[in-house]
Design a protein around this ligand. Structure first.
Ligand code: SF4
Length: 353
């Protein structure tokens, strides 16, 4: 399939390298912990010890903003102690915890509020414990299929060269008749996973958006061209593929922006990608708390966070969120849905929320 309307990537997004690494002492009792330690040493990174990955209190930085930026470049290697998985509707039954935190700087990211004062990046070395817990969840729900989302609290593809955890999960899930893995990414570093035996039990999804959104709100992620190139590779490797268009943002020229997005996807994707393709559509939302945090951390953001232009939706846990009024939400949903079915008649739209 031709890809001539795609502009070749102007820059190559590099693999993430932290500037500071912490280890819980117990992490070194695991081969993965030792491997990451050796890697950090080879990279010449400063290494510190911490008693718990939940309590890093001495991060450098003079101001809150500086501490935040340094935290986003700090890796903490520890053990996952809580093996009770959160639910992860609507995309899966459970969130599978292999990492927490992310090095990218998407202005709208909900991790800014959910991770609170702990925005540093944690990877867990006890993947066997995590997989054993997943096995128990699968058995509990048999004969139903159980889906696990690995990207609820992180972007694990961007950390795979350090942790290797997705590789372990993909190979584990390949052998589970009733288990399925899924994750979403804004990174294109998929090479380590292209030759695995996945048995089609893992769905790779890429987060994509209108040019305006990627350019203005997604610093430190792979470019659209890089993501779409990686999507083609993943599809050719036989993985089921999906796209998450999120957050869908109402902006001047949004119809052109989202129309072009679907045109570019159609042009760039190989045939293999379109036979089992899913889309998930999520409109932009914010809470009062997230607005405050975003404005502190990205004071110059162009992200529209005006409550008076939004509809208030009550939340299950007390705090409600601001979404688009029905008229705008419906216009976005209808336009994007039509374009998807026009370009990819066989694709499934899993949900719009
Ligand atoms: S890539 Fe995903 S997890 Fe990382 S900052 Fe952006 S939205 Fe958040």
């Amino acid at each position: 399939m031709a890809s001539d309307i795609l502009i070749p990537p102007l820059r190559q997004t590099q693999l993430f390298t932290p500037e500071l690494v912490y280890f819980e002492p117990d992490a070194l009792n695991y081969p993965k912990g030792q491997r990451i330690w050796q890697w950090a040493e080879q990279q010449g990174l400063p290494i510190r010890q911490t008693t718990s990955h939940n309590r890093i209190t001495n991060l450098p930085g003079d101001s809150e903003l500086e501490k935040y930026r340094i935290a986003k470049k700090t890796l903490v290697v520890g053990l996952r102690k809580t093996l009770k998985f959160d639910t992860s509707k609507p995309s899966a039954e459970y969130a599978i915890p292999i990492a927490t935190g992310c090095m990218a700087h998407c202005h709208y990211c909900y991790l800014q509020t959910t991770l609170g004062a702990k925005p540093y990046i944690r990877v867990y070395v006890n993947t066997d414990d995590i997989m054993n817990a997943a096995k128990r969840y699968i058995e509990e729900r048999a004969p139903e299929i159980t889906r696990f989302e690995a990207a609820c609290t992180s972007d694990p593809v961007g950390l795979e060269h350090i942790s290797g955890s997705l590789t372990e999960l993909i190979e584990f899930m390949a052998k589970e008749p009733l288990g399925r893995l899924r994750f979403v990414t804004k990174f294109h570093h998929v090479e380590p996973m292209l030759h695995l035996n996945h048995n089609k039990h893992t769905r790779f999804r890429f987060s994509v958006n209108a040019d305006y959104v990627i350019k203005n709100f997604e610093p430190a992620t792979s470019s659209f061209a890089e993501r779409i190139g990686a999507a083609g590779k993943v599809a050719r490797a036989g993985y089921p593929l999906g796209f998450i268009i999120a957050p869908i943002i109402w902006h001047e020229g949004w119809e052109d922006g989202y129309g072009e997005l679907l045109d570019k996807l159609k042009e760039a994707l190989p045939e293999e990608a379109t036979s089992d393709l899913t889309f998930e559509l999520i409109q932009h939302r914010f809470t009062k708390t997230s607005k405050t945090v975003i404005q502190q951390r990205y004071p110059k953001t162009k992200l529209e966070l005006d409550e008076t232009k939004r509809k208030y939706k009550w939340g299950r846990w007390g705090q409600g969120k601001y979404v688009y009024p029905d008229e705008q939400a419906n216009a976005l949903r209808e336009f994007i849905t039509e374009r998807i079915f026009d370009k990819f008649p066989e694709a499934a739209i899993d949900y719009f929320t």
